[in-house]
Design a protein around this ligand. Structure first.
Ligand code: PLP
Length: 387
């Protein structure tokens, strides 16, 4: 019987029969793993060797993620950012050229500009809408094409199959930050991407109480490079966090579906406000990425970008400080609503950001949507009073 994805994820990664029928995997706190004999110690097939490499709990988590992303195997990392850096470092060396999407997660951009550049790697940013035009900026030494789709804050959806086609023709490894979809809404590996990267801190953990990341490999060769990079860098995820990530996977689909149903309502409401210049949410028909979303994604998440019309800073301060259900805070994908200003002029170079208005990102949590709209409405009143 071929099972649907939600059914598979409920049972993925762990077999209760392996541990007396206990429904969840045991929380394994391990550094040392004992060997019964010298032969066992020297046997290359011995499954568990040291806590940093793998434990039955980390295997349960990476196994479930592998199922979710339809990959070969995965590594778990202490954060989404460390999943990005571990993956990139595994496939680049001095003298290489890497093509990086301009709309990537800003801390990942810092890593490229500081660490990669210091290593003598040439970093070149490209327009997220470049598609098959990427062929024109490939060099003989291009080793990796790095994608993030949709892009951070503005949510441009890349033409992944077009980029992958060019990469494959040139023997270039492709990676995609799939955190926005959290592995649910889009399956990069089924489109030929080699590595799918996840900030599990967001929807997978889902409760704003842990940092966790993962990178899922499409095949064995890619997995070996990823795993080697993690081992060389000493990267492994913490036990408690891994457990929270595994637990979060069991309700991930329900939470994502809910986010994708409530956020459009709020995005539409925001779009109708006079103070708003543009709403960035691919789930809206007015968003230029809507057609690509329909083509490749099974839904939308709960994160909305809002560009305000140019108004005085005092008015934006009055607005954000008046919000009660949207406190200012980093991250998204948790149970609670948040807002956070974005400074796009500082982190776009291939397609410079020219807009003058303030930009706020809204994470739509699990509060009642009517209450969220009421809260936004009273904050807009405060904005009006001070502009
Ligand atoms: C938050 C985020 C990350 C980094 O994840 P952390 O778990 O916070 O390190 C990476 N990519 C995207 C798109 C993100 O939003």
């Amino acid at each position: 019987m071929s099972k649907k994805e939600t059914t598979k994820i409920i049972h993925a990664g762990y077999n209760p029969d392996d541990y007396h029928g206990v429904v969840n995997p045991p929380i394994v706190r391990a550094s040392t793993i004992l060997y019964p004999s010298l032969d066992a110690y020297e046997d290359p097939n011995t499954k568990y060797r040291y806590g940093r490499y793998a434990t039955p709990l980390s295997d349960a988590f990476t196994g479930a993620l592998t199922e979710l992303e339809q990959g070969y195997n995965a590594i778990a990392t202490p954060s989404g950012l460390s999943a990005i850096t571990t993956a990139i470092l595994g496939f680049l060396k001095s003298g290489d050229h890497v093509l990086v999407v301009d709309t990537l997660y800003p801390p990942a951009r810092h890593f490229c500009d500081h660490i990669l550049v210091k290593m003598g790697i040439e970093v070149e940013y490209y327009d997220p809408l470049i598609g098959s035009g990427i062929v024109d900026i490939i060099k003989d030494n291009t080793a990796v094409i790095y994608m993030e789709s949709p892009g951070s804050a503005t949510f441009e959806i890349q033409d992944v199959p077009a980029v992958v086609k060019v990469a494959k023709e040139h023997g270039i490894v492709t990676m995609l930050d799939n955190s926005w979809s959290s592995g649910v809404l889009f399956k990069p590996l089924t489109h030929g991407v080699d590595v799918s990267i996840l900030s599990c801190t967001k929807y997978i953990v889902g409760h704003s109480d842990a940092m966790l990341g993962a990178a899922v490999a499409a095949d064995e060769k890619i997995y070996r490079r990823l795993k080697k990079s993690a081992i060389d860098l000493g990267v492994c995820a913490g036990t408690e966090e891994t457990n929270l990530g595994h637990r979060g996977l069991k309700t991930l689909h329900v939470r994502m579906k809910e986010a994708g149903e409530r956020a459009p309502k709020i995005a539409k409401w925001l779009e109708a406000r006079d103070e708003v210049q543009r709403v960035f949410y691919p789930g809206l028909e007015s968003d230029p990425n809507h057609a690509m979303l329909k083509k490749y994604y099974s839904g939308c998440n709960g994160v909305i970008g809002v560009l305000f019309k140019p108004i005085m800073r005092e008015a934006i301060v009055a607005f954000t400080d008046a919000l009660k259900l949207f406190p200012i805070g980093s991250s998204w994908g948790g149970y609670e609503s948040l807002t956070q200003p974005q400074y796009l002029k500082k982190c776009r170079t291939a397609v410079p950001w020219e807009e003058e208005g303030a930009f706020l990102r809204f994470q739509i949590g699990l509060e009642d949507p009517d209450d969220l709209i009421d809260d936004l409405e009273q904050a807009f009143e405060k904005l009006g009073e001070s502009s």
